[in-house]
Design a binder for this molecule. Structure first.
Ligand code: NAD
Length: 487
């Protein structure tokens, strides 16, 4: 076989989308560096983002582009602009969920003393659950005054991301995994994430582990990030804290991220399309370039990833900086996007003198054990929450009407925005038009399934506007529902 053909055969085909705003500038810079560094890749370009949205695809992606993603399975993506308006779905969320990219990995490290930061020691990796939580995108308006968003947390989702975090920590020789949750308030949803974290931590005695309530955890992370190593957290908290960590390391323009699933992987900068600086050759391409290095690692081209990373570190430590990180006393030369790329290319083959030299282990793969469903718990129906749209103000009046519906399950409580207002509520509690009316069995027996449609039908006959019902279950004798605040 001809030499050229042999090389061609080894090329890994990836999908590339330049995206919107600064996307094309930073992608051109990144691809130029990868090519010069000898990355054994070829790419198929797809168009996604603003123009695709505006041409009538409400998710910002065409069916042909999906086909390319399915063919190539590895995706290097520029940032995109989601047009304003409720008719447009977030392409990022759609990609993550459709391709099963459950783990979002965002390393944030400071490059002290070459990039200005108040946190010279920080070197933290945020591992964010990427598919569930409030990002399930299930929202409803239920009354004139109330909308809701469902927060879905699943045991398979928790197990997979927590295992991923511990495996990642072991593979990359990290020492500690910290869990960020808010289970003092969300005892069932965040409580499950925390419980799974503790179960899985016990399987990794070689790694330290701890748990933080997300508010104080985030405060410490932004004040003393050096005390954290790997942080694993549900979707929304991860979204917020990973931007904070990237910003305090020097610039949002510095951090890349990997979105990893079983069959697909997507790599992107953590920042958006920065329309305020688009088309001016001033954006920092480092976030996308560092994401591309994560991609090279993922496809087994650790040698090229090292070459690129080391050349990048040389440029940074020599003070060759784009405007976002340029600072008197730290920087020697202010450069544009394209010039920064050329500076990296000139340094290919060199190793940094002060910043850490990048060396990646070869042939490493994160093996996450497949989820094993447990023996189902004994699930017993104990009652029902009936949600009612009612414009009255005195809960006693509502209770009078609802007690007429009593059967084997009886009205035990009415709450408004989770606060108990009947029996014995406070007249001062502010109430909306959205009432949760709890019916429970009195005798400890299971509730009859037929009671629920029965109550619903009787409530409608009573002239009540029922928005929805939510069954109340015990699982192996443990309540699977929250209590009203104020009980
Ligand atoms: P942004 O991240 O685009 O910009 C925030 C600030 O950081 C701006 O001042 C910008 O100039 C600066 N900045 C961002 N990247 C930079 C870089 N590489 N170099 C130098 N400075 C940089 O956030 P935004 O303004 O809130 O969002 C703009 C658009 O991007 C929105 O449409 C948003 O929906 C979208 N967005 C896309 C993604 C993605 O595609 N992954 C992520 C976040 C936001």
């Amino acid at each position: 076989m001809h030499q050229n053909q042999q090389t061609m055969k080894k090329l890994k085909k990836i999908t590339v989308a330049k995206g919107d705003g600064i996307g094309p500038e930073i992608m051109d810079a990144t691809l130029k560096i990868l090519k010069a560094a000898g990355a054994r890749i070829e790419w198929e370009e797809i168009e996604i983002g603003e123009q695709v949205y505006l041409s009538g695809h409400s998710s910002g992606i065409s069916p042909e582009a999906w086909e390319a993603l399915r063919r190539n399975r590895v995706f290097l993506k520029g940032p995109i602009t989601t047009p304003q308006g409720s008719g447009y779905k977030s392409l990022n969320v759609t990609l993550r969920k459709t391709l099963g990219l459950y783990a979002n990995v965002r390393p944030c490290k400071s490059f002290h003393p070459f990039v200005h930061t108040r946190h010279p020691q920080m070197d933290v990796v945020i591992i964010r659950e990427n598919e569930e939580d409030l990002y399930a995108g299930i929202e409803h308006q239920q009354t004139d005054e109330v909308v809701q968003c469902l927060k879905l947390i699943t045991r398979p989702g928790c197990e997979r991301i927590v295992r991923y975090a511990f495996e990642y920590a072991r593979l990359y020789k990290r020492k500690r995994v910290s869990c960020f949750v808010k289970d003092n308030i969300m005892k069932l949803t965040d409580g499950l994430f925390h419980r799974v974290f503790k179960e899985i931590a016990a399987e990794y005695p070689d790694l330290a582990s701890d748990s933080w309530i997300v508010d104080i955890g985030a405060a410490r992370l932004s004040d003393t990030p050096e005390i954290f190593d790997v942080v694993v957290t549900p979707n929304l908290y991860g979204d917020v804290i990973s931007d904070i960590t990237a910003q305090i390391s020097g610039s949002v323009g510095l951090a890349g991220s990997a979105n990893i699933g079983e069959g697909f992987a997507m790599f992107e900068a953590i920042h958006g399309s920065a329309p305020d600086i688009a088309g001016r050759n001033i954006a920092n391409p480092s976030g996308l370039l560092r994401a591309a290095c994560m991609m090279l690692n993922h496809i087994g081209q650790q040698d090229v990833a090292e070459t690129v990373k080391n050349a990048w570190s040389c440029a940074i430590e020599e003070g060759i900086h784009t405007a976002d990180i340029y600072k008197e006393g730290f920087s020697s030369q202010l450069v544009g996007t394209a010039e920064f790329a050329d500076a990296v290319i000139e340094r290919l083959g060199r190793k940094p003198e002060k910043l850490q030299v990048s060396e990646y282990a070869r042939e490493v793969k994160l093996d996450i054990a497949a989820y094993q469903r447990r023996k189902p718990a004994l699930k017993v129906l104990k009652g029902v929450d009936v949600f009612v749209d009612w414009k009255g103000t005195n809960p006693d009046e509502l209770a009078d009407r609802l007690t007429r519906l009593n059967r084997d399950v009886r009205l035990t409580m009415i709450t408004n925005r989770g606060v108990k207002v009947w029996p014995q509520g406070f007249a001062e509690t502010f109430c909306t038009d959205h009432w949760r009316c709890r019916f429970e069995v009195a005798n400890g027996h299971p509730a009859e399934q037929q009671s629920i449609p029965g109550i619903l039908a009787d409530a409608i006959n009573e002239g009540l506007d029922v928005i929805k019902t939510e069954n109340l279950y015990e699982f192996d004798g443990i309540k699977g529902f929250s209590l009203g605040q104020g009980q």
